[in-house]
Design a protein around this ligand. Structure first.
Ligand SMILES: C[S@@+](CC[C@H](N)C(=O)[O-])C[C@H]1O[C@@H](n2cnc3c(N)ncnc32)[C@H](O)[C@@H]1O
Length: 270
């Protein structure tokens, strides 16, 4: 079909056929157009993007895409772990220098950064200085370290939006960071048996990101290390605008699917 007509021509024809129809049909029309414009095969890096609801997703390197986005209200992200960690058998974040470059690219934005492991915390302090506030996501695991810190730079958290603004100022890690305020909450990790588990090795829980989004209250979010799209799902659930960037086609596809499903579900229960 698209061999004979351009997508623009099909959209125009389709729009005409909806003229005079009730407003409720808009969603149907938008879904049809989204289907039409979503690539049907796994795209190459830099080639694809997808719009769904209030989300725009890019397949590519955030170092290339971030500068083209213009003003960004806030970055909320869980950057690649451990320096030199191979996600799909190849090294995406291939050393301290690259990592430093990635962190520098975020320096200009109000930022909520999930910090893990230790090296990343030290590296972040070198790049960003001390965080303004810290949130600790606590979970059970077999490892001695059972929490990860969300560090806020240029953002403030409204702790009053939760009934339990638990502070733990005696925590050594927090003391070391000398932050202004601190909150923690318990939340299980995504396990292989979790309903939300996708094929991404480092997926974090949607409700963990939702908590951060509620605390910072910003309406428009960018995640430059989108992975399986968890931040995008949280944004869809909370009605926030979202831009996501992911370098691995396999994870980009997972993110597209999860965010599409989140919007579809939102409409079902609306
Ligand atoms: C820790 S994971 C994010 C996981 C995510 N929070 C989730 O719940 O699925 C970091 C992601 O960043 C991606 N990544 C690494 N370097 C990147 C770059 N330069 N640009 C965009 N994405 C990158 C990796 O492929 C990986 O999927």
């Amino acid at each position: 079909m698209t061999d004979k007509f351009t997508i623009e021509q099909i959209k125009t024809a389709f729009d005409k056929s909806f003229e005079g129809e009730p407003d409720e049909w808009d969603d149907l029309r938008n879904d049809f157009i989204a289907e039409l414009t979503t690539p049907q095969r796994t795209p190459q890096v830099g080639e694809a993007y997808m719009h769904k609801g209030d989300a725009t997703l890019y397949l590519g390197d955030c170092l290339d895409i971030l500068p083209s986005l213009g003003k960004v209200d806030a970055v909320v992200t869980d950057p690649p772990y451990g320096i030199g960690f191979g996600y799909t058998g190849k090294y995406v974040d291939d050393g301290g220098e690259k990592y430093h470059e990635l962190m520098l690219s975020l320096k200009q934005y109000p930022l909520a950064l999930l910090q893990y492991p230790e090296q990343l915390i030290d590296l972040c302090i070198n790049v960003f200085g001390q965080p303004d506030e810290c949130l600790a996501w606590v979970y059970n695991s077999n490892l001695p370290r059972q929490f990860r810190l969300w560090a806020l730079f240029g953002l403030t958290a409204d702790f009053s939006c939760f009934k339990q603004p638990s502070k733990n100022p005696e925590c050594n890690k927090v003391k070391r960071l000398l932050v202004n305020s601190y909150d923690w909450w318990e939340q299980p990790q995504v396990k292989n048996t979790s309903i939300e588990k996708s094929d991404h090795p480092c997926q974090i829980p949607v409700s963990c990101v939702e908590r951060v989004l509620k605390l910072i209250g910003i309406q428009s979010i960018v995640d430059p290390f989108m992975g399986s799209g968890t931040t995008g799902v949280a944004c869809a659930n909370l009605g926030r605008k979202f831009i996501g960037i992911e370098i691995e086609p396999k994870y980009f596809d997972i993110a597209c699917e999860r965010i599409t499903a989140a919007y579809a579900q939102g409409r079902l229960f609306a």
